[in-house]
Design a protein around this ligand. Structure first.
Ligand SMILES: Nc1ncnc2c1ncn2[C@@H]1O[C@H](COP(=O)(O)OP(=O)(O)O)[C@@H](O)[C@H]1O
Ligand SMILES: [Mg+2]
Length: 484
């Protein structure tokens, strides 16, 4: 792609990088005789009629953040219908790059970086600004090696491009808090979770959750236990495990309530002292979400058990994953768009000589006319677009088998929790296809003994069955994909 010569008054010199939605250029600002970074957002954002007002509003807030650990935003503008903003050029690379080259980072260096980042984050939180997309790519170093948080509030802006006015949020799957993953509005405690993931990655050299698909990572943030960091890095003092588990608690009310608490705990583990991070700050910080009564979250535990049923719309644009729930009440984000059929009547197969050649349909002749066998419980949990590809998530019993007949379609098992398996089903936009889910009927040992060898006994119907009737214990579930 050709590099533009100029954007606004800024003379473009080079490409610094590509993000989820944006291109970042190195540029020269003749007015101030300084190097800057210019981030250009794609044209599509303008499709949102509210984008312009949001863009202006967000950047007034972000430009109002003045802190030695926050990359300053200098200017915003529009060039050929593309919005851009101008920020300080950071010459020291990103934390992502540092982790990439170094692998594990020492506890002391981690504590030093996190202390500065936490100060910036706590400052923003105090002003009511949530980052929403904290990750190593958004922690940039200046020429002195000091870290700065970049892209404050940008996730919230770019959301408008992919979420059609819903409660969608944006974040990067690997750093996304469970509540963000479930479609709740991100708050300061979600940022603390993301900071915890960054700490985990710095100390162990890897992210806590991995999967073949972005959705798999998101699901793991919701349901998988936090891995023991000491297994990845046994040299760490054991209290680091406790720090990680506090920072990454699935229940946000169990996390450190401020970024500074996390930084102090790390300093203590690294240096034996909390450091000079103002002690007053914990009480002085007036985090809006910290005031929520804990009991209310406690009530959500049951909902969290159902989390795999609640994964929101997944819309991923490059690295940016947008999870969006359809408009539902603001309380527990539990979707009940459920299609359930508890039992089905399997028509009795006519007893004909062909039964001998097709053993799967062979009932003993003294069976009841019709028998009922429970069907597996299958439900749609969400529809999503990820990298412009549609996904529908469904849950099935974890012991069920599944198959598809449409070769264009796929269903992948993403995770298992509480006896339910989460499948992400995909294919071309608007495709509708059958997902056959089966749990073979269970016949107890005592009943089995009542039948001759090779037969099984169905006590409800007092009959011997050579094999379950075709389709018994199965349901055909219609998967519908949205257009992306
Ligand atoms: N202010 C900046 N100074 C120097 N490099 C930057 C700056 N902002 C972004 N970059 C570089 O451009 C890349 C893409 O940035 P961005 O669009 O913010 O994407 P993301 O943060 O999602 O990776 C970053 O990873 C970084 O390497
Ligand atoms: Mg960035």
């Amino acid at each position: 792609m050709a590099i533009p010569e100029k954007i606004g008054r800024y003379q473009i010199k080079d490409v610094l990088g590509h993000g989820g939605m944006a291109v970042v250029y190195q540029a020269y600002d003749p007015s101030f005789d300084r190097e800057v970074a210019v981030k250009v957002l794609p044209r599509e954002v303008l499709h949102d009629p509210h984008f312009r007002s949001r863009f202006e509003r967000e950047f007034k807030i972000v430009a109002g953040l003045e802190h030695p650990a926050i990359a300053p935003v200098y200017d915003v503008g529009e060039e050929n219908g593309q919005p851009y903003f101008v920020m300080r050029y950071m010459t020291g690379g990103s934390l992502a790059g540092w982790i990439h080259t170094k692998g594990k980072i020492s506890l002391q260096d981690t504590a030093r970086v996190i202390e500065k980042v936490a100060l910036g984050l706590a400052y923003a939180h105090k002003k009511g600004v949530v980052h929403r997309d904290l990750k190593p790519d958004n922690i940039l170093f200046d020429g002195n090696g000091d870290p700065f948080i970049s892209d404050f509030g940008v996730a919230n802006l770019t959301e408008s491009t992919t979420s059609a006015g819903g409660t969608g949020i944006v974040g990067s799957p690997a750093y996304m808090s469970p509540e963000q993953a479930k479609g709740s509005e991100a708050d300061s405690l979600s940022d603390i979770y993301s900071l915890g993931v960054i700490v985990y990655q710095m100390l162990s050299g890897q992210q806590p959750f991995h999967s073949d698909t972005p959705m798999g990572v998101v699901v793991k943030h919701i349901i998988e236990p936090i891995p023991e960091i000491l297994k990845s890095n046994p040299d760490l003092p054991p209290e680091v495990d406790f720090i990680i588990k506090n920072a990454l608690a699935k229940d946000k009310t169990r996390r450190y309530s401020t970024a500074l608490e996390l930084a102090r705990a790390l300093n203590l583990a690294a240096f034996g002292v909390e450091g000079n991070i103002g002690l007053k700050t914990t009480s002085a910080l007036n985090l809006p979400d910290a005031q929520q009564p804990r009991g209310r979250m406690g009530l959500l535990v049951a909902a969290i058990v159902l989390t795999i049923i609640v994964v929101g719309f997944f819309l991923l644009r490059n690295q940016l994953l947008v999870i969006e729930l359809p408009p539902t009440p603001t309380s527990a984000p539990v979707l009940e768009t459920v299609t359930v059929q508890a039992t089905t009547t399997v028509p009795m197969q006519a007893v004909t000589p062909t039964l001998e050649v097709v053993p799967t349909t062979a009932f003993a002749p003294f069976c009841a006319e019709e028998i009922t066998i429970a069907e597996p419980f299958v439900r749609v949990t969400n529809f999503a677009c990820i990298r412009k590809r549609p996904y529908t998530t469904v849950t099935i019993p974890d012991d069920a088998t599944f198959e598809l007949t449409d070769p264009q379609a796929t269903c992948i098992s993403e995770a298992v929790s509480n006896g339910r398996r989460v499948l992400s089903c995909s294919g071309p936009s608007f495709l509708v296809y059958d997902l056959k889910v089966c749990v073979p009927p269970v016949i107890p040992e005592s009943d089995l003994n009542k039948c001759s060898t090779g037969d099984t006994f169905d006590s409800t119907n007092q009959c011997c069955i050579a094999a379950p009737p075709q389709g018994a214990g199965c349901t055909i579930f219609v998967v519908k994909l949205k257009g992306c």
